[in-house]
Design a protein around this ligand. Sequence first.
Ligand code: HEM
Length: 157
Amino acid sequence: MSIAAIPIKPAAPEPVASTSTPFERLGGEAGVRRLVDHFYDVMELEPKYAELLAMHPVGKMEETRNKLFWFLCGWLGGPDYFSQRFGHPRLRMRHFPYAIGTKERDDWVACMTQTLDEVEIDPDLRRQLLEAFVGTADWMRNKAESGNMPAGSVIHG
Ligand code: HEM
């Protein structure tokens, strides 16, 4: 397998200055909470995200929202609530129970793009966050689809 085929863990958005993290620029916990709530509101209300929504555990939306909130606080440079509760994020591994291919990735990214269009956010921060979300969502793919897996990962038998 060539080195280019090895998925590289995408980085969280870089702070622009040492004094301001993306977490702070987004408005701290209140800003992250607004983003997460709007993301799941969009997913729940827009019929085009019905399949994405259906992947999520039934009747646990409050917990699902909290988990993304806790994770994003740390990922954006704020308090590390997710790790404090659950240990190392191991984000890709935690998504293994869900079959994520190109469509699921694209739906997630479209839902987040719509969210970022609808919440109040600095344009530079929006661009930076979207770039980091796109890279992370792509890294989350775990479903073999024709042409997307390196030859070495094919399991025979
Ligand atoms: C690529 C498309 C993605 C799909 C289809 C997807 C889907 C899901 C689903 C179905 C869950 C389970 C919800 C629950 O246990 O309540 C989940 C959990 C989670 N997702 Fe995603 N996700 C995607 C991308 C992302 C990205 C890009 C991030 C972060 C930037 C993210 C962060 C999380 C976190 C933190 C959890 C909770 C993990 C846990 O504690 O089990 N997801 N996701």
